[in-house]
Structure formats: C-alpha cells, structure tokens
Design a protein around this ligand. Structure first.
Ligand code: ADP
Length: 400
C-alpha cells in the first residue's frame, strides 16, 4: 500500500487538507472546509476527477477534523504515514520544522498571544489528529521559522529594549515556507546553488510579504510582529504610522481594537478601492475607469517596489526578483507596473514573457540581463509534506 503525508492547515474558520506523496507531489486527495464553527459549514473534497461534499455532524473544528480524518483513513490503497501541520507562529523557539511532542505543544501554546487567531486553531488540528490517528507521527511546520536567520538589525524595532526582553516585541516575519520554496526553485531556474544567490521574493496573495534571501537564508522581510506590517494586502493596510490609531479612535469615537480591526479587515485593496479585496475585481474595475481602483493598484505596486529596493540592502546585490502567490503568479499588470518602477535595478520587462506569466521561458518575465524577474508558483503544502517526510522516515520503504 502506498503511504502519504496528510497536510493540515487549520485556520480560524477554515480547514485545508491534502494527502500528498512527498516525493512526487501527487495529491491523492484535497479538501477545504469553510465557515467552520458556524451552522453553514461546508466541506468540499476532490479525489482525482471526483469532487464531492463531506457532511460533518458537528460544525466545530474538532467535529470537522474528526470527519476529515475518518475519510482520509478509510481511503483505499493509501495510508497516512504522518501528519504535517501548518503552524503560523513559532516565536523565537522554532527555527525549523519539528516532530510534535509535549514540549513542542507547550512551546506553541507559549507563543499563542503573538497569533491569538491562528495558533489555537493550529493546536486544535494537532490535538484532533493525535486523537484520531493514534501512533501516527505529527510534525509542525512554522510560517515564522525561515525568518529566524534574520540578524538583529533586521528584526529589532527601535522601541524600549525591555519590550523585546519581556514581551518578545520584534519582527518575526511570515509566509516562510513559501519564501523558502520559491527561493530554492528560483536558484534552480538560475542554474546556481541557492548558497550563491541573492534574491528578493514577493509572495502576493490575500496576505502579501517580501523577503530578502541571501544564500538561501532570510535576511529581512516586510511582515513584523504580526502579519499586518509591510506591503499593501487584500484587506490589510501594511505599514502605517501608529499615530493613526489613537487619532482615528478619537475622531470616530471608537477604540484601539476597533481601529486595529479596520486596519486588518477593511483596509488594503478593499479600503482604497471601496470595492473588493480581490485583485481580479479591483483590476477589472480599474480597466473600466474606476479611479479608486486604479489608485489601489498604484499604491500596491509602489509599496511593493519600494520594499524590493529596500530589501536589496542586506543582499548587497540582486540576482532576481521572484513573484509568487495568486497575484504574483497571475497578474501581468501588477508585475509590469512593479518592474517599471525598478528599472534602476536593471530589471526590464519582457512583455511577451510577462503576458505568458513566465511559463514559456523558465519563469523569466524580464529581459535577460544581470538582474532578472521570475515567476515561480509556490507550493506551501508540498514543503510541509516534504519537511514532514524528512522528519518521519518511511518505515514501509526502509524495511523493504
Ligand atoms: P491566499 O493568500 O489566500 O493563499 P492566493 O495566493 O490564492 O491567496 O491569492 C489570492 C489573490 O490572488 C487574490 O487577490 C486574487 O484576486 C489574486 N488572483 C488569483 N488569480 C488571479 C488572476 N488570474 N489574475 C489576477 N489576480 C489573481
């Protein structure tokens, strides 16, 4: 019987899962549960060309996971060798993926205040999988781990040092599995060992972040203590003067938590366009003449280009700018505008290659030169499956 890794990504109201062969990347099964915790919970799964609904009796995280894990363990012809969990925040404790044991669970719990929406959901996934699949090893893969190589000059804020010592106030960075994966893939495309590359990777999805990756190590990144800092995102503002918080709270007769919620949920592309957090919708509106939508895209691309330039500082030189995520992989207009702002770094758009999203030319969307722009589709689930497999040797295979 084939063995595979079950990758679980338990969010605050969603659960994504995939049963993956870590060697080939083949997905035996993928599924998505949405509106978890509400009576309208929906679970959709796909197996080959077959799509179907799963109906959990209980809409809670634990209820959905019990149903999903039952479905996965009953799948004919393939058994779960290990479970890999996406965990959002590992604080300073985790610089790499780890086998889950009591100590790891305690350490994940200890940093929960840094990711109060995400880490509890991730822990629920770990608990449910441990209960439903006893004896099957569990691995935690952290969004923050890749950025633990940042030096203090990148990760420290210029605030009272005691805040760092006593409360862990520093920049952690996120999307680490994606930045790691695409930097390794980009090195392959450049035909060089990753140790010899200087890259800026731009993960542009609903959340957006950029990272400076030198020799395969993260040197700096745009997200900070939380995923709010840095680039313009779907609904998040990215960088903002903290003075805005008390100012708006006072003017609107609200409080800091309400303003913070608006910076997380009502800002970014949605806030500027007053239309949508989805780049496709904003882009269509801009092409149809919406000034607000055009401005949203201008601010998005300008902030991105500004960060790319800033992130070359810890690199010393730039071999390639790497675009990934739903927007980075699919939006030729955003890439074109961003590249146009970065001509001084030696990046010149190749219009035909960019229109093809780099698919026809080994990822390249810029003209050949010293500095390239590449599109590299990310695959965070595959990274989680491979990290998990690396920590859990396949006993079936080794005994053969
Ligand atoms: P998540 O961060 O949730 O994984 P994705 O990486 O899927 O999100 O990215 C979602 C974003 O990608 C949305 O803004 C969406 O509009 C954008 N996107 C997806 N496909 C396209 C496309 N073909 N053209 C432009 N933008 C796209």
């Amino acid at each position: 019987m084939a063995t595979a890794v079950l990758v679980l990504n338990c969010g605050s109201s969603s659960v994504k899962y995939a049963l993956i062969d870590p060697d080939s990347g083949h997905r035996h099964l993928v599924g998505l549960a949405e509106r978890v915790g509400s009576p309208e919970v929906s679970v959709k799964a796909t197996r080959g060309s077959d799509s179907y609904q799963v109906h959990p009796q209980d809409s809670s995280h634990a209820g959905v996971l019990t149903e999903v894990l039952r479905e996965v363990s009953e799948l004919p012809g393939v058994s779960v060798r290990a479970v890999g969990h996406r965990v959002v925040h590992g604080g300073e404790h985790f610089a790499a993926s780890v086998l889950v044991d009591e100590g790891a669970v305690a350490a994940i719990k200890a940093v929960t205040s840094l990711a109060p929406l995400h880490n509890p959901a991730n822990l629920t996934g770990i608990e449910a999988a441990s209960a439903a699949l006893p004896g099957v090893p569990q691995v935690a893969v952290f969004d923050t781990a890749f950025h633990q190589s940042m030096p203090p000059s990148s990760f420290r804020y210029a605030v009272p040092a005691r805040w760092y010592r006593e409360h862990g106030v520093r920049r952690y960075g996120f999307h680490g599995t994606s930045h790691r994966y695409v930097s390794e893939k980009a090195a392959e495309l450049l035909g060089r060992p990753v140790e010899e590359t200087c890259l800026v990777t731009a993960h542009l999805g609903n959340g957006c972040s950029a990272a400076a990756v030198k020799g395969g190590l993260s040197m700096d990144t745009s997200m900070g203590l939380t995923p709010l800092e840095g680039l313009v995102m779907g609904t998040r503002s990215g960088d903002i003067d903290p003075g805005v918080l008390p100012y708006v709270a006072e003017r609107e007769g609200s409080d800091l938590s309400a303003v913070l919620a608006a910076l997380n949920k009502d800002s970014g592309l949605l806030g500027l366009s007053e239309l949508s957090n989805d780049m496709r919708t904003v882009s269509t509106a801009a092409r149809q003449g919406s000034e607000a939508a055009s401005l949203a895209i201008e601010v998005f691309c300008y902030r991105l280009a500004k960060y790319v330039a800033a992130l070359t500082v810890p690199l010393g030189r730039l071999d390639a700018l790497v675009f990934t995520g739903g927007i980075g992989e699919n939006d030729a207009w955003v890439r074109s505008k961003t590249m146009a702002l970065l001509g001084f770094l030696g990046i010149v758009e190749d219009e035909a290659a960019n229109a093809e999203h780099g698919r026809a030319s080994s990822g390249r969307v810029s003209r050949a030169g010293d500095t390239l722009a590449l599109v590299v589709p990310t695959d965070e689930e595959l990274v989680i499956a491979r990290d998990t497999a690396a920590l859990v040797p396949d006993e079936g295979r080794s005994s053969r």
